[in-house]
Design a binder for this molecule. Structure first.
Ligand code: SF4
Length: 152
């Protein structure tokens, strides 16, 4: 079965900074076509849940209470990279706007709810591999691709 790396919060795991999740109903459809492998880079990077939210600011990742979280985010990204390499994963479903998992949009580092074009630290690293990365807003595209592969 095709393997898909999924941001763990999209699968309903309570790993979001505020202790909640971003469960996505279409995940149930996705499960019919792929083996889903959940991963949360921020938890893997040894950050607690709940935790203060962080944003990317230049080369660093800073929390809203002004702590440097850069090392945690890069540790999580490296472990995510190891996972996709070891499991030979070619598809990723990733949570948009997150400083770890964002695909096309992230917050601008000012904690003012301002979005800019950009991607999360983990997404950036995973892109260096031969993987197709979809945000949850593009899950229908991922489903179409997986269905086509299952038929082929
Ligand atoms: Fe979800 Fe990614 Fe944030 Fe973890 S780091 S809570 S998987 S968006």
């Amino acid at each position: 079965m095709i393997k898909v790396y999924v941001s763990a919060c999209l699968l309903g795991q309570n790993v979001k900074y505020d202790g909640s999740n971003n469960y996505l109903l279409q995940i149930e459809e996705l499960k019919k076509y792929a083996k889903l492998i959940p991963f949360c880079p921020e938890v893997a990077g040894k950050l607690p849940t709940p935790r203060t939210p962080s944003e990317i600011k230049g080369p660093m990742v800073i929390s809203s209470d002004n702590k440097d979280r850069t090392m945690n985010f890069f540790l999580g990204a490296t472990l995510a990279e190891e996972l996709i390499v070891n499991e030979n994963i070619k598809y990723v479903l990733s949570k948009e706007k997150s400083p770890s998992c964002g695909v096309k949009k992230i917050y601008d580092g000012t904690f003012s709810h301002t979005l800019i074009d950009g991607e999360g630290i983990t997404t950036r690293l995973l892109r260096e591999h031969q993987v197709k990365i979809f945000s949850e807003e593009e899950i229908e595209l991922l489903l179409e691709e997986l269905k086509a592969q299952v038929k082929a």
